[in-house]
Design a protein around this ligand. Structure first.
Ligand SMILES: *Cc1c(COP(=O)(O)O)cnc(C)c1O
Length: 404
């Protein structure tokens, strides 16, 4: 069962295929507009968006509060550079720091830049505060991680597609199995400045670690004077039913790395948030970004923080997430071999004897108007916007049941 789209060579698809590097393999759906949880293609067909821009669209497409914040800011000032201040900068940093219960925030643009920022800050903290000998800092990371695409970040990827042909690689990283506290503990020594992990591994297939894992990392890091850096670029900001996935385990890391939904699906906005002791190591000229913390980004980011302050979206993710997982759970053994996840976030393993993840996503789109994304052969990721209705959650579950 392949090629369920009748015509993959519509002019719009053919043009994109011809003129861009093939670093993605998109479904041949050409979106023309979108609202809430739904997108409409150039032929007027509607699809329920169950990927939500890999969680960059947690609040749906064109959330009215976010769009009006962006519009107002477009009419005032959009860019100053950090050479000057602007009236959205201080409020954004304060409001985000308060949401994170942290002292300081440093805004960047993309998730990868925020991860790079976290790595640089952790190393600098290691040399200046912890007293690690110059050039010796190590950071412990997990197998099957996904933290972005820069040359330093792919240096500690274990996915050949991500790192192959991109060396020489940045040294200073130790890779241990995800979820294994003993291995993590054994990898930490006096040179270790940070443990960098995703509290739920998204790209790997929505892998939830054992319940004692995050508390174990917290205890280990506190004991050994190591920074616990939680990459919540994808898991954070409501997706799992809490503001941060770490909260489910009652854990507060030393640094949050945020991105994706922080830009409200409008502009790229990322940030790191941490204590004064840690982020305070940076001095003028030692790190920066032309666009990081620009007025438009800060205005949209403030509106995102505002939406999260009420707790409404976290609660929706929790309640609708139970509904989603209950529905999907019934399909285990009926074509699914496993379902994982938390809140409105699920990784489903399709029985490889039935079809590949890619074929499943093609069929979901073509036959049922559901957009989802496969990963690692037979896994599908579902992450609908947190604005979906219970009926729309059922629609997605029923469509998956139908293709199985
Ligand atoms: C997407 C993602 C990133 C990278 O974000 P970009 O904006 O694509 O650079 C980093 N970490 C995690 C956990 C992600 O899911």
């Amino acid at each position: 069962m392949t090629a369920v789209f009748p015509d993959l060579t519509t002019p719009a698809v053919a043009e994109a295929e011809h003129w861009t590097a093939h670093n993605y393999h998109p479904l041949p759906v050409v979106v023309a507009d979108a609202s809430g949880a739904w997108v409409t293609d150039v032929d007027g067909r509607r699809y329920l968006d169950c990927l939500a821009g890999y969680s960059a669209l947690n609040f749906g497409h064109r959330h009215p509060v976010l769009i009006s914040a962006a519009r107002e800011q477009l009419d005032r000032v959009t860019l100053t550079s950090r050479a000057f201040l602007h009236d959205q900068f201080g409020p954004f940093c304060r409001e985000l720091a308060e949401l994170c219960d942290m002292d300081l925030v440093l805004p960047m643009n993309t998730g990868a830049e925020a991860v790079e920022t976290a790595i640089k800050v952790a190393r600098k903290w290691g040399y200046r505060v912890k007293g690690v000998p110059d050039g010796k800092a190590t950071i412990v990371v997990a197998e099957n991680n996904f933290h972005g695409r820069t040359t330093t970040i792919v240096s500690f990827s274990t996915d050949p597609d991500a790192y192959r042909d991109y060396g020489p690689f940045t040294p200073g990283f130790r890779i241990v199995p995800y979820g294994d506290l003993a291995a993590l503990s054994a990898a930490v020594d006096d040179t270790t400045v940070a443990v960098l992990i995703e509290p739920i591994q998204g790209e790997a297939g929505v892998l939830v670690p054992p319940p004692d894992y995050l508390p174990g990392i917290r205890a280990l890091c506190s004991e050994r004077n190591v920074l616990f850096i939680a990459d919540e670029v994808q898991s954070g900001l409501g997706r799992t039913g809490a503001t941060f996935a770490c909260e489910h385990e009652g854990v507060k890391p030393d640094m949050y790395v945020l991105g994706k939904a922080l830009g409200g699906g409008v502009v790229p906005v990322s940030a790191v948030a941490s204590s004064r002791e840690v982020l305070g190591v940076l001095r003028p000229g030692e790190h920066g970004s032309t666009f990081g913390g620009n007025p438009l980004a800060c205005a949209v980011g403030r509106a995102v923080v505002g939406l999260l302050q009420s707790g409404e979206y976290q609660e929706r993710a929790r309640e609708l997430g139970s509904r989603l997982h209950e529905g999907l759970g019934k399909l285990v053994g009926q074509g699914l071999t496993a379902v994982r996840g938390r809140g409105l976030w699920a990784g489903l393993d399709i029985d490889p004897a039935l079809m590949t993840g890619r074929e499943a996503c093609e069929r979901l789109a073509a036959e049922h108007g559901i957009l989802a994304k496969d990963t690692h052969g037979s896994t599908i990721r579902l992450a609908p916007p947190l604005v979906v209705t219970p009926e729309e959650v059922d629609l997605a579950v029923d469509a998956i049941a139908a293709i199985l």
